[in-house]
Design a protein around this ligand. Structure first.
Ligand SMILES: Cc1cc2nc3c(=O)[nH]c(=O)nc-3n(C[C@H](O)[C@H](O)[C@H](O)COP(=O)(O)O)c2cc1C
Length: 101
C-alpha cells in the first residue's frame, strides 16, 4: 500500500500490506485553547476511542486492523505533507485478516 509509510514505521509489514492505512492526526491547539493543558489528555483519549471504533467496525466486516505507534514522526509528517500544528498519533492499517496473522 505505502512503502514509504512502511519504512517510516520501522518497516512493519502490516503498514505496507493493509488494504488501507489510516493515520490519526491531532491538532492539539484546537482542544487546549478550550481545556488548557488538560486538553492534551482529551486528545489522547479521543484518538484511543476513534481507533477502538475502527477495530469494532473492522471486526464487524470480517477485517483485521492493528494500531501502530512505532514510527518516525518527522518522516510521517513529511510524507503526509502535514502542517506544523498537526501531529500524527497512530497509524492503523486495515485489511483482510490474513495480512495480520
Ligand atoms: C498505542 C499503541 C501502539 C502500538 N504500537 C504497535 C506497533 O508499533 N507495532 C506493533 O506490532 N504493535 C503495536 N501495538 C500493539 C498492537 O496494536 C496490538 O495491540 C498487539 O499486536 C496485540 O494484538 P493481538 O492481541 O492481536 O496479538 C500498539 C498498541 C497500542 C495500544
Amino acid at each position: 500500500m505505502s512503502p514509504g509509510l512502511c519504512a517510516a514505521a520501522v518497516n512493519q509489514e502490516c503498514v505496507e500490506d493493509g488494504a488501507t492505512v489510516l493515520v490519526f492526526v491531532a491538532v492539539y491547539e484546537r482542544t487546549t485553547q478550550k481545556y488548557s493543558e488538560r486538553g492534551v489528555r482529551h486528545v489522547h483519549m479521543e484518538v484511543g476511542h476513534a481507533a477502538q471504533n475502527v477495530y469494532l467496525q473492522a471486526v464487524s466486516l470480517g477485517l483485521g486492523a492493528v494500531v501502530v505507534g512505532a514510527f518516525d514522526d518527522d518522516e510521517v509528517e513529511r510524507l503526509l505533507q502535514m502542517e506544523d500544528d498537526e501531529w500524527a498519533l497512530c497509524i492503523m492499517p486495515v485489511g483482510g485478516v490474513s495480512f495480520f496473522s
